[in-house]
Design a protein around this ligand. Structure first.
Ligand SMILES: C[S@@+](CC[C@H](N)C(=O)[O-])C[C@H]1O[C@@H](n2cnc3c(N)ncnc32)[C@H](O)[C@@H]1O
Ligand SMILES: Nc1nc2[nH]cc(C(=O)O)c2c(=O)[nH]1
Ligand code: SF4
Ligand SMILES: [Mg+2]
Length: 230
């Protein structure tokens, strides 16, 4: 049984595929935080900007088979009203919560059989099934990485326990710093973090400074928040 918090059609907001039309499938649950505010300060990941509890979101629900979920997600891709640009392949992004608690090879293959490229946003602590077309790993605090290779490493910055130098030699094609959203949705509760950057303006400035000082790292802005698309 797959548990899905929500699913929606939008533009990928972050990283190397930013701006690309995408179906998002947000799985319920995470291995680094319960999702309850009272547990945030003591969690392994403290700054999450996402509600991933339950199955009550837009197009959310419980799906018994890979085929059933794949059909549900495929229906969110728009009907083309004319010829599209070259290379306009349908795209699905599995996120969460932590998608690697639930994503399996059967679901990847079911989406690919429907013509989709399959992307994953993961914290990198769990093994990935084979066949993923675009793998984004976003390390969290002191948590050890199980996945040390992929298409992009997208580090939320700054994190006292996860400095960029820890990841710079790993086998990724792209390295991004994404300013930590410290506002209403992305919250931090530890005073130690607040001493480093109190506002998103600070995390933005710190990310820009790091990228300028360390060529190779690129800035990833959460463009869906800037545009207000979701
Ligand atoms: C909500 S997570 C879900 C996927 C997976 N659990 C992970 O952490 O990568 C999706 C993306 O949002 C990023 N993210 C979460 N909270 C954020 C925040 N407060 N500011 C900036 N990015 C954040 C994560 O690092 C990840 O790249
Ligand atoms: N538009 C949009 N792009 C995103 N890229 C990664 C997201 C996520 O929550 O995993 C996300 C999201 O929530 N919305
Ligand atoms: S950012 Fe990812 S790893 Fe951290 S609590 Fe949210 S879903 Fe879990
Ligand atoms: Mg998000």
């Amino acid at each position: 049984m797959y548990h899905v918090k929500e699913a929606f059609y939008t533009l990928q907001g972050e990283g190397g595929q930013a701006g690309r039309a995408s179906v998002f499938c947000r799985f319920s649950g995470c291995n680094l935080w319960s999702g309850r505010e009272q547990d945030r300060a003591s969690a392994a990941c403290t700054f999450c900007d996402t509600d991933f509890l339950g199955t009550d979101g837009q197009n959310g629900g419980r799906f018994a088979t890979a085929e059933a979920l794949a059909a549900h997600l495929t229906a969110l891709w728009p009907d083309q009203d004319g010829p599209s640009v070259k290379g306009a392949t349908p795209y699905v992004v599995f996120t969460g919560g932590e998608p690697l608690l639930q994503l399996d090879e059967a679901l990847i293959q079911a989406m690919q059989a429907r013509g989709f490229e399959v992307a994953v946003e993961t914290n990198g602590t769990l093994p990935a099934p084979p066949g993923i077309d675009w793998l984004c790993v976003s390390p969290k605090g002191a948590s050890a990485l199980t996945i040390t290779a992929g298409n992009e490493l997208k580090l939320v910055y700054p994190q006292p326990e996860a400095p960029p130098e820890r990841f710079a030699r790993l086998d990724f094609d792209h390295f991004f710093l994404q300013p930590m959203d410290t506002g209403a949705s992305g919250r931090r509760t530890r005073p130690a973090d607040d001493a480093i950057a109190a506002t998103t303006t600070d995390t933005m400035a710190a990310s820009v400074a790091y990228c300028l000082a360390h060529p190779g790292w690129r800035l990833s802005l959460q463009t869906h928040k800037i545009t207000g698309i979701d």
